[in-house]
Design a binder for this molecule. Sequence first.
Ligand code: ADP
Ligand code: MG
Length: 227
Amino acid sequence: MPVSLCAESIKKHFPTRSGELAVLRDVSLTLDAGESAAIMGPSGSGKSTLLNILGTLDTPTAGTVTIDGKNPFELDERELARFRNQRIGFVFQDQHLLPQCCVLENVLLATLVTRGGNDATERARRLLDRVGLSDRLKHLPAELSGGERQRVAIARALINNPTLVLADEPTGNLDQTTADSIASLLSEVHRDENVTLLVVTHSRPLAERFERRFDVADGTLVELEGA
Ligand code: ADP
Ligand code: MG
């Protein structure tokens, strides 16, 4: 299997009023194409910081990230935006949907840059059908439940056929039953859409759905053995 995502010796320090805060000290991680993994760890341990760096939304203080064999931080700003848009799908805890746009439009937004055209609309409809929302295409985010909004976010993350999907506590704000259904959906989507999936979660049952599990501890990443 080709390597999808490779992080080597990532460090991240934040300047604060009381000096430098070393959040990530030395993080390395390699995921093969199509693998799924969960990152666990206590609140404030640097999980979101790491996911943002792997997703090229933030830069590391030191270390390298390689996605599909390319170092995205060598690209200029425009190329990086394009790279991110085409290769990486994001699912956040709070969805980040545009409130004035309907479900279908929210999923299609990411294709405006790449000019998806009619094919994009077809794909958006297929993905929304896949996540169980085909009868909600014209609804606004405020007219949906938290779980339904997360389904929209999952469809949106997949619209540009990314190779890598990053999810930051995707079930964090959901009740148990809804969280379970989103967890099932994520693992089905991972199987069907041929993506590498990395999920940050506090939930052990969610983490156990994936092939590999890691713990962020003291600024490093430790792979947990077994299921
Ligand atoms: P987690 O997602 O594991 O809860 P985060 O990655 O959000 O943790 O944050 C890890 C630590 O880094 C926290 O102590 C947080 O306060 C700090 N941090 C995150 N972003 C910044 C920033 N932009 N400036 C300063 N400190 C930050
Ligand atoms: Mg976080």
